[in-house]
Design a protein around this ligand. Sequence first.
Ligand code: UDX
Length: 466
Amino acid sequence: MAQEQQATLMNNHHYLIVFFPVQGHINPSLQLAKNLVRNGAKVTLGTTNRGLKQIKSLPTLKGLSFASILDYQDNDDSQTHKEFLSYLAELRSIGPQNLSNLLQKFLADGEPVTLLVYSIILPWAAAVARDLQVPSAFFFNQCATVLTIYHRFLNSQDGIHGKINSSPSIEVSGLPLFSSSDIPTFLIPDNPFSSVMIKLMQEHIHVLEQDPRSFVLVNTFEELEQESIKAVANMNVIAVGPLMPSAFCDGSDLTDKSFGGDLFCQSKDYFEWLDSKPKRSVIYVSFGSLAVLKKEQKEEIFHALVESGRPFLWVLRSSNNEEEEVHKMMENGLNGDGIIVPWCSQVEVLSHRSIGCFVTHSGWNSTLESMVSGVPIIGCPQFSDQTTNAKMVDEVWGIGVRAKANEENIIERDEFKKCLDIVMGDGDRGKEIRGNAGKWKGLAIEAVKEGGYSYNNLKILLEITR
Ligand code: UDX
């Protein structure tokens, strides 16, 4: 884009992206912001004051700034149902006024916000924007299929309560049936987060269906989820993904090698080890930033890795003393050719030539990152949208397998070894999976390159929010 044109855009666009400070929300929000800034927009990223402090180092980029919209002591420990509920209630009671003040301050300073982008946890932001006549968009950081499933569920003939009390199965035309083990776990009866998450999605979907000017930005690309995007055509879905550091995706900025907002400290000492391994030989294992595995599950993974005889790189977050537990297992004589780190630069690891497969909890960011790197997946979903992602990976996109858990919800070592043999072995299924992984890698990169669907959608977004 010509410099003159960029300067004009710079004068017209000011996006305020408000996000919830957990890693799976921070990363795509930061990347969306960076992509907009690269197109000449000014972007302010807003989150809780504590969230801003917890991020190890914030990216510095001309046009990008940060603001605290929720200035209070947020709870570090909002993992339980009760704590999460009171956390959300507190956000809702304090957030709207703070956000409103910030929007008005920007207006008074001559930098009016041209679009407010808000995340799943902050649905009240839409009303704040409407009151001040600021256009707004919901940013959904999961896949379009999950959005479609929530939409189907909320519009169900039986009514929500009928569905919650039975075991729901949901049909989306062109896709295999989603049974109770495939739909987001928050739609399953008895899930403690069920009612709060359904309420949040109800609020979002209500705005999207009732206000014709509203739209939803989704971290996906049209080729990947055509059927699901079609199924919610009444909602103005704008696919802008995959939102990935440019160096590993469209290649337009080779210095953009990380999202740049880690909440955890990395160890850097694994690259030399990876460099020493043959092509596609290493098993990469990580369960994202939130899932906490039972000790028994970690033991099963560890035995499977060691018994597979393949090299492995395993992320065990030190915040949960997980590393220590596994080091103890190692001291007991079980030693494979593997290394364990508390956190890594996942996008860099996945793009390393030595990585042969990704054992993952199937978080949406991890799934997309694996896809963009062409790395086959062994899906071990834990909660939320992860079950749906794992089904799509296995049955629709064909880029991996979903590992089966036993009745105690543990994936046993033999199941892991079977999955590893499939995705890394020489059998027909493995070859097919690797072929599909290569195909989707190409399509994902095409989508964000000049002329691709997501590239064009970002331009449309810039155009309609002038
Ligand atoms: C959460 C939900 O669990 C997930 O299901 C939802 O789709 C998004 O929000 P999380 O569990 O953390 O996120 O998983 P995921 O979506 O995969 O995001 C994790 C992020 O952390 C990825 O971007 C990944 O690159 C990054 N990461 C993970 C690292 O940078 N280093 C690591 O060692 C591990």
